[in-house]
Design a protein around this ligand. Structure first.
Ligand code: PGA
Length: 253
């Protein structure tokens, strides 16, 4: 099994699925269940920017919270953006960076992803770098090349702070929100590759690796039993209390 520090990492990316009231309902429901899973599950919630502060206040430290995105400049005329320092200031500890929806729907470049990683580290956040290939890239046999390019662009040459975990999520673009989850053995091969690449790039830090893309209660175990997969980053199934608690329960037995 592939727990990290005796815990499975279950990260809930609520995307833009939940409005403020729905986010609060989810966080309150999860807060009530914390005792049932906290020994074996490390849960981080990623609400919308609007819901982040109230969710942090609601969970009161019982669960970790992160941002779905950050901007690298601290303050200024950047309409619509929220900086890494602002996110840290409200008490969040994590942020997703380079999610495929940021890269492919909003045109985020490798350079921007790198700036966000650097800003997150400087602000005291733990970035969760998301990488993954598109369907045509997989078809052309380029999965490892794309994933390596994305990781090198984001992390090569960085001095990783000793107090920060190094977390990378492999999320094939074609698997996200489609129901076409990656074959767990194939996912493990990519994670094994990422693991050794990260050990070359950032020495002295054991990486935490997550799989993401159509994770559901009925397939989560198939990923978590792989050697190099320590947890999952879940979108759709994390935004409904029933499916999310089913995933959590599978990981607590
Ligand atoms: P999904 O999304 O679980 O809905 O496929 C995963 C993600 O985008 O992080």
């Amino acid at each position: 099994m592939s727990k990290f520090n005796n815990q499975y990492y279950l990260f809930a990316n609520w995307k833009m699925y939940l409005d403020l009231d729905e986010s609060m309902a989810m966080s309150s429901a999860l807060k009530k269940e914390v005792k049932s899973f906290q020994d074996s599950v490390k849960m981080v919630l990623f609400p919308s920017a609007l819901a982040m502060d109230p969710v942090i206040k609601d969970v009161g430290g019982a669960l970790d919270v992160g941002a779905q995105n950050v901007y690298w400049v601290e303050k200024g005329g950047y309409t619509g953006e929220v900086s890494a320092t602002m996110v840290k200031a409200v008490g969040a500890d994590y942020c997703l960076i380079g999610h495929s929806e940021r890269r492919h729907l909003f045109g985020e470049t490798e350079h921007q992803t790198r700036q966000k990683i650097e800003a997150a580290l400087a602000a005291g956040l733990t970035p969760v770098l998301c990488v993954g290939e598109k369907a045509e890239e997989k078809k052309d046999g380029k999965t490892l090349i794309i994933v390596e390019e994305q990781i090198r662009a984001a992390l090569d040459g960085l001095l990783w702070p000793k107090d920060r975990e190094l977390i990378v999520a492999y999320e094939p673009v074609w698997a996200i929100g489609t129901g076409l989850a990656c074959d767990p053995i194939e996912a493990e091969q990519v994670h094994g590759y990422i693991h050794s690449l990260l050990q070359k790039l950032i020495s002295g830090t054991i990486p935490v690796l997550l799989y993401g893309g159509s994770v559901r209660p009925n397939n989560v175990v198939d990923y978590l039993k792989q050697t190099h997969i320590n947890g999952v980053l879940v979108g759709g199934a994390s935004a409904k209390i029933d499916s999310w608690m089913e995933i959590v329960k599978v990981c607590t037995v």
